[in-house]
Design a protein around this ligand. Structure first.
Ligand code: NAD
Length: 444
């Protein structure tokens, strides 16, 4: 099938590459000229495991093309995905500017029937707005005879495993009431739907809400566990034992109940905020979501509070090693990352930071530029050199086995603040390292 994807970010580029791999002919359209130029040269603007070879292979075979020409994109695809950003507006609601711009662009250029598929995360009612925008533009063109449908097809990929998630989706939600649209979408996703039927068809509004409900449920699980961890800290319980104890109940399960220093990324914070705003606009007080957000905000300061308890509020003249900048492992994405709150709070108190992340160093450089209180280090070991203590903000695989010799020889004093509970407190204490973590008794 001929498919066009507007927006070559984490969602658009991955989905486009995966559809091309399955044999569809896919055009990727973006307004970012530099991004498109880089993609044409085989340079992938984001880090996502498995993405680079997939893009390269399908670009070379001609199944995946890149362009900034919206006209070319609209002419190419019968099915046109909207996969642009929906950042928070000033009032917390999702900013639909980019989505509606693409809707208008499609209507300006279309000459035949188009299936407009919304993959961006958007509030309930957005498909109607897209439909209105397209109709308005077609009317201006005197082209109301051109047919189209607007379908909701929310994306559930996880950054860090986006390619695998798109190759083997848990479910494919299709929001439409049109039989022809459902059949087109089933045909499109057939290569990913062979083992058993993963397609769930529903009305457009339910599909739009399902995406927010999923992300808000996951954010709720995290905030709940984080609150339990804070309680565990105070009562002298071990949250990791509690986690295993409750995870063994199949109604709860082991997934997504790790305590830590808060959720980040481009989705959970903005989606919780957007659903809260939707609820408030409808006269509903979002009591659960308010609590989820509040806990997350304070959790991002939780480890910092422990640093301040240990060293005092004035950290001038002190250097801290920071392992992990990305909001989670296997990505270079630092949007809303807990590490950013940590770094900025350390700087505010006069401290220097020596940071290492396996993938997000370039992104960190882009965000913060050159500054005297930030040194980006080439290895995790070099980040430790002459630092006061080590702070761990992201659970990258390569941080998970403790290197006692590197920590004790690198740091001025062997102290670890672990925001991800990577190590066994007793083992760390026995090796002479002072260990502070989240919701576990300290053994020193
Ligand atoms: P992103 O910011 O990484 O990428 C968006 C891209 O759209 C950018 O390259 C931008 O230049 C491009 N763009 C903006 N306006 C355009 C236009 N008029 N024409 C063509 N391109 C345009 O965003 P993302 O992380 O890929 O997220 C996209 C959407 O998918 C959001 O609504 C997000 O909430 C949702 N989503 C994201 C994830 C995730 O893990 N990142 C997962 C599921 C859903």
């Amino acid at each position: 099938m001929n498919v066009t994807v507007f927006g070559t970010g984490y969602v658009g580029l991955v989905q486009a590459a995966v559809l091309a791999e399955a044999g569809h002919r896919v055009a990727c359209i973006d307004i970012d000229q530099e991004k498109i130029d880089r993609l044409k040269q085989g340079q992938i603007p984001i880090f996502e495991p498995g993405l680079a070879p997939l893009v390269k292979r399908n670009h070379e075979s001609g199944n995946l093309i890149f362009s900034t020409s919206a006209a070319e994109g609209v002419a190419h695809g019968d099915l046109i995905f909207i996969a642009v950003g929906t950042p928070p507006d000033e009032d917390g609601s999702a900013d639909l500017r980019y989505v509606l711009t693409v809707a208008r662009t499609i209507a300006e250029h279309m000459e035949g029937k188009k299936y407009i598929i919304n993959k961006s995360t958007v509030p309930v009612g957005t498909a109607d707005k897209v439909r209105e925008e397209v109709t308005r533009t077609l009317r201006e063109r005197n082209a109301l005879n051109l047919e189209f449908d607007v379908i909701s097809n929310p994306e559930f990929l996880k950054e860090g495993s986006a390619v695998a998630d798109c190759m083997k989706p848990d479910r494919i939600i299709i929001g439409t009431s049109e039989n022809a649209s459902e059949q087109k979408m089933r045909q499109l996703y057939a290569p990913f739907n062979r083992n058993h039927d993963k397609v769930i068809v529903m009305d457009v509004r339910s599909a739009e809400l399902a995406k927010y409900a999923a992300n808000c449920m996951l954010a709720t699980k995290i905030s709940f566990m984080n609150e339990m961890a804070v309680i565990a800290d105070k009562v002298g319980a071990d949250i990791e034992a509690v986690r295993q104890g409750i995870g063994s109940d199949p109604r709860i399960g082991y997934h997504f109940i790790y305590p830590g220093i808060g959720y980040g990324g481009s989705c959970f914070p903005k989606d919780v905020q957007a659903l809260k705003t939707t609820a408030t606009q409808l006269g509903i007080e979002p009591k659960v979501l308010n609590a989820v957000e509040e806990r997350n905000h304070s959790q991002k300061h939780y480890l910092l509070d422990k640093v301040v308890q240990r060293y005092g509020d004035d950290l001038a003249g002190k250097t801290f090693a920071l392992w992990g900048l990305a909001f989670k492992p296997n990505t270079d994405d630092m949007r809303e990352a807990p590490a950013r709150v940590l770094m900025e709070e350390l700087w505010r108190r006069g401290a220097r930071v020596q940071a290492f992340d396996p993938e997000a160093m370039e992104e960190c450089q882009r965000i913060y530029g050159a500054r005297p209180d930030l040194q980006l280090c080439g290895t995790k070991e070099s980040a430790l050199t002459n630092a006061e203590a080590l702070i761990i903000a992201t659970e990258w695989q390569q941080f998970k086995a403790i290197d006692v010799a590197a920590v004790t020889s690198g740091l001025n004093t062997p102290v670890i603040f672990d925001g991800r509970n990577l190590y066994d407190p007793l083992q760390v204490a026995e090796s002479g390292i002072e260990y502070h973590c989240v919701g576990r008794p300290e053994m020193n």
